[in-house]
Design a protein around this ligand. Structure first.
Ligand SMILES: [Zn+2]
Length: 105
């Protein structure tokens, strides 16, 4: 009789454990599903936008080789491309150089 009682108790605990595991799995599944369906804020997208907003584009002055912020640089349209300079003096030097080069060529 004690042997049967032990088997009964074993089966009872087996049932309890398997049922609690099943319940736990369903709870985890439900939590994952609710987390996935929740509206996401895309933190990576906002951080990328912030970084691009903060990042200032530097342009190189071809005359003196200085790197200047594009918003502060003096632009000069050279054919199809836009060249940037740190000062009007550099721009004029570049313009006169290219004119001389064009005259020689
Ligand atoms: Zn310069």
């Amino acid at each position: 009789m004690t042997f049967l009682a032990r088997i009964a108790r074993f089966l009872f605990w087996l049932l309890v454990v398997s049922w609690s595991v099943w319940l736990l799995r369903h709870i985890v599944n439900w939590m994952l599903r609710s987390a996935a369906s929740a509206p996401q804020q895309h933190p990576e997208a906002s951080s990328v936008a912030q970084a691009s907003g903060e990042a200032r584009q530097l342009v190189r002055d071809p005359v003196c080789g200085m790197h200047v912020d594009q918003t502060l640089a003096i632009p000069l349209r050279e054919g199809s491309e836009l060249v940037h300079f740190c000062s009007a003096a550099c721009r004029d030097a570049y313009a006169s150089d290219t004119k001389k080069f064009a005259a020689n060529g």
